[in-house]
Design a protein around this ligand. Structure first.
Ligand code: AMP
Length: 395
């Protein structure tokens, strides 16, 4: 893996693919600055070594030019977060873009207009990629969030650079965190999988069962297993078409010596709402008229015992409907147990999906070893796929 330290940036112009796809409110203000902050170490490093930066990113999903998705609207905010004046170019390709980039002095930063104003970006168009490559002398990819896309600026552009391309520090951290779970994990290794449905998690389950010693299954997925094992699910979310898959998985786990852990009790509501009346059921005995929406107190204790003894922990997906405060206890408790394990020296990675949102919501982001910035990219990595943006850097 070629990283920033392997490249001499002195008097070089680095094209840095960042992920500035930030959420905006109606007044076009940035409501979460995490992604811009995450790119700062790479930019600072390049500048400190005497280089300049040409930043490339997309913002939203425009269909051609859309004023509301222009980086011009937020360039001052980006400068403020990066603590560095960022210049702006109102196009990302062509003579004007090239001459603006070429005029950069070392220590300067230029942000090009939203890549996705050009449909060639998402198509991975070769000529467009070549045009982008002319903006600098080195290519640095620091956009983990789009590394699973074979787009022009995330993947194809790298083909125009031989050895003068590398991982940015954010991308490096993400890849190392995944490695620590998928390939270099210290045993016992645990994956906690929650979320709504089994059907959307099959590829990740199949991949993880090869890697882990323990697997906690939580959230709405549980009730497909309840049904498969002959239990009663009441009104809980359930995918009967996947009952056979659930039984096969239980079998597979046994063969592979993976300990599967399910909730033993669940907190159900009489409606799907935060203010629903609550009742605790055995996971196999959920009455009609009740929808299980959280792990119960016995399950929380049981999961805690598993979590604190594991040395490598991956968490993907909440253990209940955490958006409802009255049904968030299981998700919060899992977060606390992981935090305790982390303090005791375990490595914990939270990634891919709503568990990241949950950890942030409950202000546990500083208690985990690593929180991934990339939803889809992290999921695909956990599914065992080699991401195109990463493969093209390693070519
Ligand atoms: P996912 O994107 O698959 O990780 O699913 C996340 C969603 O699963 C969240 O919005 C949770 O509210 C939801 N979820 C978790 N547990 C349950 C449950 N028991 N019943 C319904 N939805 C759930």
């Amino acid at each position: 893996m070629r990283t920033l330290k392997d490249i001499n940036f002195k008097n070089q112009r680095a094209i840095v693919r960042v992920d500035f796809n930030v959420p905006l409110n109606e007044d076009l203000q940035v409501t979460d600055t995490t992604r811009v902050k995450a790119a700062k170490p790479t930019i600072d490093y390049i500048l400190s070594k005497g280089g300049s930066c040409v930043l490339l990113s997309h913002l939203g999903r425009p269909n051609g030019f859309e004023q509301s998705l222009s980086f011009q609207n937020i360039i001052d905010k980006i400068s403020e977060i990066l603590e560095h004046k960022v210049l702006f170019c109102k196009t990302c390709i062509g003579p004007e873009a090239e001459s603006k980039a070429a005029s950069l002095l070392s220590g300067q930063v230029l942000l090009m207009e939203n890549l996705r104003f050009n449909q060639e970006e998402t198509k991975g168009d070769l000529l467009f990629s070549k045009g982008l490559s002319k903006l600098g002398t080195i290519f640095v990819n620091d956009a983990f969030g789009t590394a699973h896309r074979a787009h022009a600026s995330t993947t194809i552009i790298a083909n125009f650079f031989q050895n003068n391309k590398c991982f940015g520090s954010l991308l490096e951290k993400e890849v190392m965190a995944i490695e620590k779970v998928m390939n270099d994990g210290i045993s016992p290794i645990l994956a906690i999988l929650g979320g709504a449905k089994v059907s959307t998690k099959i590829t990740i389950i199949e991949s993880l069962i090869e890697k882990v010693n323990h697997l906690i299954i939580g959230g709405g997925m549980v009730y497909t297993f309840t049904k498969a094992l002959g239990g009663k699910v009441g009104n809980s979310i359930c995918e009967p078409d996947y009952c056979n898959y659930a039984l096969d998985l239980i079998d597979k786990a046994k063969k592979k010596n993976v300990s599967l852990h399910f909730p033993v009790d669940v907190v159900a509501g009489n409606t799907f709402s935060n203010n629903a009346k609550q009742k605790i059921f055995d996971v196999m005995e959920i009455e009609n008229g009740w929808e299980a929406m959280d792990a119960g107190p016995e399950s929380i204790k049981k999961f805690h015992e598993v979590i604190i003894k594991c040395k490598t922990i991956l968490w993907n997906g909440p253990l209940g409907v955490f958006e409802f405060p009255n049904f968030s206890a299981g998700t919060i408790a899992a977060g606390k147990s992981i935090a305790e394990a982390t303090i005791n020296g375990s490595f914990s990675l939270v990634g891919g999906g709503d568990s990241v949102a949950a950890v942030k919501k409950f202000k546990m982001d500083n208690d985990m070893s690593y929180i991934s910035t990339g939803g889809g990219a992290m999921l695909e990595s956990l599914e065992g796929k080699i991401l195109p943006g990463i493969a093209s850097l390693n070519k």
